[in-house]
Design a protein around this ligand. Structure first.
Ligand code: FAM
Length: 455
């Protein structure tokens, strides 16, 4: 079986030629206008980034190398056990190479990552241990990742002048795989810091998949004696599959979102993958980006304590109207690009719907499901939001909460594990294609004003 790197090596020449030809033949083709509104409005709608792995359609949501979530669920290999979700390792292969891997290919990548990730560098361990236990978990995450830059193969070889530009991608891939592989231990360390005085919550194994290791190190597998969630064996398996589903579909959301764009921008200065992705993590920590899932959990809990029954639609509607009338937003609804329910939400909702017995007594999960019917009606009547449907953050946090992850700030760390795969894949491709340092032109107020006079 060819490794991921060998498979990539076979794909590269044709893709390099195609991009070179596109630039040579159509380099001057105008893609679209850039307006003053977009320049002072977060560059919304400007088609100005090259990004290969994923694309976002307002009606159909995210596509991974052209495949919808539903297609990924059907076609990407999992563990081979019936009912198990596909492995994020499969998604990484798809993003990186552009093709659906075989079971054997995924299994070899699973093994490769498990071996690469079996220990954290001793200095990273030391740094993490020294951090205050109540430090924001995303700050711990970014510090841990940045510290690993000490072992970057790319940075070392670049400094020694050992590699030429066309070969940069090899060390970038090496670092990226090492980084992704390190995430179960890094995440487990952060979770044990905030919940268990830094004492390990579970074991790492070279024989299992990336998500099973994440769950084990969070203390969320049954055989673990310090299990924080007190899960039985079925719940442990379900939680691992929830983790596979969640981390399999949050890998990427085109290039323009903050975490992806930041990783790409910092990487364009030839900063190594550790520095680049730790910057992306800093962006993911923002409340308008990765932190929204915790807002939804707070909202559901608060709403439940303010209504008498989930069955009373009238009461739910009144509660939502009270929020809207006080000029607040309904968290978990609306989107800047999407105009339909987010298919990532639908996938998470289906996870809950397939396990009615597990969730039948969880008022928060039941409310999440009920809101998906009621909130769009209210938002439509309200008439402001361009998208009245549930977004990605509507369901994920409350499902993690159900199984026992109660530290709301930690949700974004799990998001960050998943998000590593898309932006780091693009970083490898940035080096394969030799993309230059990013450097858009900026304009002052006077500069913009002068342009209005010129037209
Ligand atoms: N509840 C109430 N009002 C909403 C709303 C919601 N869920 N979503 C949008 N609106 C309002 C919005 O505030 C704006 O009002 P003003 O004209 O008074 O400023 C109006 O509808 C038009 O907004 P839009 O064009 O439809 O949305 P934007 O592109 O400006 O904003 C969101 C997109 C996601 C920031 C917005 O829908 C929102 O605040 N949603 C609630 C918070 C949330 O769920 N965030 C997570 C988003 C998630 F997908 C992610 O990216 N992680």
């Amino acid at each position: 079986v060819l490794t991921l790197k060998e498979t990539l090596e076979n794909v590269i020449p044709q893709r390099r030629d195609a991009v070179k030809e596109l630039k040579a033949l159509y380099g001057n083709t105008v893609i679209g206008p850039i307006t003053i509104s977009s320049v002072i409005g977060g560059m919304r709608g400007n088609q100005s980034m090259f990004w290969q792995g994923t694309s976002l359609d307002p009606d159909h949501g995210i596509r991974f190398q052209g495949l919808t979530i539903e297609q990924c669920q059907k076609r990407l290999p999992g563990t081979g056990i019936n009912g198990d979700n596909f492995l994020p390792e499969s998604m990484l292969w798809l993003l990186m190479t552009g093709s659906v891997p075989s079971f054997q290919q995924v299994d070899s990548l699973r093994r490769e990552l498990a071996l690469r990730g079996k220990e954290l560098p001793h200095y990273t361990e030391k740094v993490l241990l020294s951090l205050p236990k109540d430090m924001h978990p995303m700050t711990q995450f970014a510090i841990g990742l940045a510290s690993m830059n000490k072992g970057s193969v790319f940075a070392t070889n670049y400094q020694k002048g050992l590699i030429g530009k066309t070969e940069f991608w090899k060390d970038t891939l090496e670092d990226s795989l090492n980084l992704i592989a390190s995430l179960p231990l890094l995440t487990g360390k952060i979770y044990s810091n905030i919940t268990n005085e830094g004492r390990p919550l579970g074991q790492y194994s070279e024989d299992v998949d990336w998500c099973t290791n994440i769950c084990s190190l969070l203390g969320m597998t049954e055989k673990n004696s310090s299990n924080t969630g007190n899960l039985n064996s079925q719940q442990s398996l379900d939680f691992i599959n929830l983790m596979r589903l969640y981390t399999g579909i949050h890998v990427d959301h085109e290039g323009g979102n903050v975490s992806a764009h930041t990783t790409h921008l910092v990487g364009s200065a030839l900063s190594d993958p550790y520095l680049s992705y730790s910057s992306g993590i800093m962006g993911l920590a923002g409340p308008l980006h990765g932190l929204a899932a915790q807002e939804v959990v707070r909202f559901l809990i608060e709403m439940n304590s303010n209504i008498s029954s989930i069955a009373l639609e009238k009461e739910i509607k009144e509660y939502l109207w009270k929020i809207l009338k006080s000029n607040r937003v309904i968290p978990g609804y609306g989107h800047a690009v999407l105009r339909k329910p987010d298919p990532r939400f639908t996938a998470m909702l289906e996870f809950a719907q397939m396990r009615p017995n597990e969730f039948k007594n969880d008022k928060n999960v039941l409310l999440m499901q009920k809101l998906a019917e009621v909130a769009p009606k209210v938002l439509l009547e309200h008439g402001k939001s361009k998208n009245p449907f549930p977004n990605v953050d509507s369901a994920s946090g409350i499902l993690f909460y159900h199984y026992g992850i109660r530290e709301l700030l930690f949700f974004t760390v799990i998001f960050g594990c998943s998000r590593s795969m898309g932006p780091l894949t693009q970083l490898v491709w940035d080096r394969i294609l030799g993309l230059p340092i990013e450097r858009p032109k900026s304009l002052s107020f006077e500069g913009l004003e002068a342009l209005t006079k010129a037209t």
